[in-house]
Design a protein around this ligand. Structure first.
Ligand SMILES: [Zn+2]
Length: 279
């Protein structure tokens, strides 16, 4: 008996959850026949000391590692017309998300690499997705597994969700605010999607003053060359940086979860605008 049939029978007999990850099933009659990978960045990670910590610093009570999961929630809820929506980390409130992971904390708080290891357990190419250096800290090691997972699943789009940080320099005010969406250098679909996402995000009702030289829809050439997420991804990829947690006014917006959900909804709307014009 195949594992999938056994899983179904077990699920029917005892209400037992099959030992498969919470991944959206393919919707055969979906309006948009695309597979989308939603990547909420960062998450709890094992340090070289063996302790666990978040990968980004907390500012004004905002922690990027967790805030992005609320954005993902808003996006995920609003993409039911897509054939398949995959996640690099399970969402808060989901059965898998709330169950304890390898750190002992709920899995929705942990970095993608730990979740993907469990999702791909036994998969012949699992190591290719989740391999990280065997020593030292796991910090930022999960970045490479995100595009590898997109490639493994044959994703049509990868949307990487972040909130932004300004580099701290002496005597420089932390005044950077607003939204930046990066597209993959040389990829027209990525560029069009990024433009659509920026359009729907820039009109948020709480927007601060924008410096058009610094914010907006931007060529991710720097990322494409150096950073795994754009360099290694076969499909169109965008990096969304929603506001700056290093700025007090932006952080106050980010601290309200309803604004993060709003951003997520807008990202779903922007993707659908892109798909409407692509199709
Ligand atoms: Zn980030």
């Amino acid at each position: 008996m195949s594992q999938s049939i056994l899983d179904i029978i077990l699920a029917i007999l005892g209400g037992i959850k099959p030992n498969t990850p919470t991944i959206e099933p393919a919707r055969t009659s979906a309006k948009y026949p695309v597979t989308v990978l939603l990547d909420a960045g960062h998450g709890l990670t094992r340090l070289g000391s063996g302790d666990w910590n978040y990968q980004r610093d907390e500012w004004y009570g905002v922690l990027e590692d967790l805030a992005v999961q609320s954005i993902a929630l808003g996006t995920h809820r609003n993409l039911i017309e897509c054939k398949k929506v995959l996640l690099t980390r399970p969402l808060p409130g989901s059965t898998d998300g709330e169950s304890p992971g390898v750190s002992g904390n709920p899995r929705w708080k942990e970095a993608a690499v730990y979740w993907l290891r469990s999702v791909l357990d036994g998969h012949p190419q699992a190591h290719g997705v989740t391999e990280v250096a065997s020593s030292g800290t796991d910090r930022d090691k999960d970045i490479n597994c995100r595009p590898r997972y997109a490639n493994l699943e044959g994703a049509d789009y990868l949307i990487s969700l972040h909130v932004n940080a300004q580099e701290v320099k002496r005597n420089k005010p932390l005044d950077a605010r607003g939204v930046t969406v990066y597209y993959k250098y040389g990829c027209q679909k990525s560029k069009d999607l990024a433009a659509k996402l920026y359009d729907v995000l820039k009109d948020h009702p709480f927007h601060g003053d924008l410096d058009p030289q610094k914010r907006g829809c931007r060529d991710g050439q720097e990322f494409t060359r150096k950073k795994g997420i754009m360099r290694d991804c076969a499909c169109p990829v965008v990096i969304v940086e929603f506001l700056f947690y290093t700025n007090k006014d932006d952080a106050a917006i980010l601290a309200d979860e309803s604004n993060l959900i709003w951003a997520g909804q807008r990202i779903a709307a922007g993707l659908k605008l892109h798909l409407d014009t692509e199709g």
